[in-house]
Write a protein that binds this ligand. Structure first.
Ligand SMILES: Nc1ncnc2c1ncn2[C@@H]1O[C@H](COP(=O)(O)OP(=O)(O)OP(=O)(O)O)[C@@H](O)[C@H]1O
Length: 520
């Protein structure tokens, strides 16, 4: 399935707005995060809500979902029926045919895929009794319609992140598929999807709009906006700085400038690999026949000064390799060498002691400590460095945290803020910062820029580049082909646990990666 062409003259756009939100403001503590924001969606359009990390996109969406209360004064009008936002609730949003996919997807990992699909719809409940047979049948039909090749009876936790995103999309959309009044709102649905699947999802979204639905989508992938969206609204620090048809702003650079106010897109094109020549010896990270319960034997080497990208057409090879090297999955065969010496990295503690940093892909589940402030989230893992004679130096700690906040552009720059109160992209910057301040020799990174805005992406790659130029070896699992092509020396493409090909030099391009993955 491919994204629809740019010309959408045939879309059944109706004159009356599907949704209009006016004077939406929100203040959590001190400064407002939304100020008199306005949003207008039309039936038959895909509308992109754009903005840098922390600009207020998710807050606006949560207000529309009724899960975060707005400040007094705002209104929302759906299909001509106006309500004060202060009376807006999740039940009301649902009754008015609004459907949401939030950043955290809202799936219950321990339930089956079928159960997750029909969690809210209660399909098959008759006189209080649930018909599992009907649920299973319904789920099989929805999965088929959404092109999801998974077992409805399988555990949701066993799906890849990409499959979970597609499942959440299927759940949000399936009961409104034939309802032309539906408004579907998706907060970064493609953040962790490989290009092919992201395109598939965006294409499905496009086809819903073409049937008459109104769609609002948040994304940091500007290519998606250019190829699929009709109109955009851009937020900067809680205010709408631009809204209108996309036709006036066609290029990604142009959108990048609107979002950041500077030419960040141009900066991010200076790839890491172009500034660094890898070491001539292959004494960085070397895996020979490394296998685990979920990983077929793998051979690979990453030299000091080298960035190696890893794409997996089938899903889990990349994350499994990273987990095995970091001591999170028991290695059942083969050897791991660091700097030419064999290692037994049975625990993360040992791996860290050898200079390995590991950034997991599932930020909220694995990479952050919710409930703790930004400062603790940055410092966890490097406390011994902040001790003198066994005593913690608070001054040193504070200096490190302040520097990390500054270097990574964490917003708001508040070390005491509880980490989950930060926007998604800023949470990601905190987890990257935690590892980079340790000056690691080996970087194992899974989706390092997921949910990160165009300006901060460049900053994160700059920091990876700095570490690599200083001699670190980086292995990066990513679904963002554009970044892989721009920043890696080599990209390894796996399918179903087997290495299919290695792309390098002039062959390392976005279309080449997509082509190999497509045919794998
Ligand atoms: N519960 C909360 N308490 C305090 N501040 C919050 C809370 N939730 C969000 N914020 C703040 O509101 C601002 C906007 O956050 P929001 O999540 O809406 O940004 P965003 O545009 O969606 O960013 P991203 O692209 O990173 O997801 C941020 O500065 C964030 O720190």
């Amino acid at each position: 399935m491919r994204a629809a062409p740019a010309n959408r003259a045939t879309s059944p756009v109706r004159a009356e707005p599907a949704l209009e939100a006016l004077a939406v403001s929100k203040t959590y503590t001190a400064a407002p995060v939304l100020e008199q924001a306005a949003l207008r969606l039309h039936y038959g359009e895909v509308h992109a809500l754009l903005g840098g990390n922390g600009s207020g996109k998710s807050t606006l969406i949560k207000i529309l979902a009724g899960v975060v209360p707005a400040d007094p004064g705002g209104t929302v009008t759906v299909a001509g029926e106006q309500s004060a936002l202060k009376h807006w609730t999740p039940g009301e949003a649902r009754r008015r045919h609004l459907r949401f996919i939030h950043q955290d997807l809202g799936l219950v990992p321990d339930l089956t895929i079928a159960e997750n699909l029909f969690l809210e719809a209660r399909l098959g409940a008759r006189r209080g009794l649930i018909s599992w047979r009907r649920i299973h049948r319904g789920a099989t039909e929805v999965l088929r319609r959404f092109d999801l090749d998974v077992d409805p009876a399988g555990r949701t936790a066993d799906l890849t992140l990409a499959e979970q995103t597609l499942l959440a999309a299927a759940r949000a959309l399936h009961d409104v598929a034939d309802d032309a009044r539906a408004v579907v709102i998706l907060d970064e649905p493609t953040a962790a999807l490989p290009s092919g699947q992201a395109e598939q999802l965006m294409s499905a979204i496009r086809s819903y709009a073409d049937r008459g639905h109104a769609i609002l989508v948040v994304t940091h992938r500007l290519g998606e906006v250019v190829s699929v969206c009709d109109r955009i609204t851009v937020l900067r620090q809680g205010r709408v700085v631009h809204h209108g048809p996309l036709a006036d702003r066609r290029s990604e650079d142009d959108l990048g400038r609107l979002i950041t106010g500077v030419d960040a897109a141009a900066e991010s094109r200076h790839g890491v690999a172009h500034g660094a020549a890898p070491g001539t010896t292959d004494d960085g990270l070397k895996l020979t026949g490394v296998a685990t319960a979920s990983l077929r034997p793998v051979d690979l080497a990453v030299r000091p000064g080298e960035v190696v990208g890893l794409v997996d057409a089938g899903g889990r090879t990349g994350p499994c390799i990273l987990r095995a090297v970091f001591g999170l999955e028991a290695v059942t065969a083969g050897t791991v060498e660091l700097g030419g010496r064999k290692q037994r990295l049975r625990t993360p503690g040992r791996a860290m002691a050898r200079g390995i940093a590991y950034l997991p892909g599932q930020r909220l589940r694995d990479a952050l400590f919710p409930g703790l402030p930004v400062s603790a989230n940055v410092l966890i893992g490097s406390l011994p460095r902040h001790c003198r004679a066994g005593v913690l130096s608070r001054r040193r700690e504070r200096r490190t945290v302040d520097r990390a906040i500054k270097d990574f552009g964490v917003w708001p720059p508040d070390a005491a803020a509880e980490v989950t109160s930060l926007s998604g992209g800023n949470q990601q910057k905190v987890s990257v910062a935690r590892w980079m301040i340790r000056s690691p020799r080996y970087l194992l990174l899974e989706e390092p820029t997921q949910g990160v805005d165009i300006g901060a992406r460049a900053e994160i790659w700059d920091l990876i580049g700095g570490a690599v130029r200083d001699g670190a070896a980086a292995l990066v699992v990513s679904s963002d082909y554009q970044e892989l092509a721009a920043h890696c020396h080599r990209v390894l493409v796996y399918a179903r646990g087997e290495l299919v090909t290695t792309l390098t030099g002039a062959d390392l391009t976005v279309p080449a990666i997509a082509e190999v993955v497509h045919h794998a």
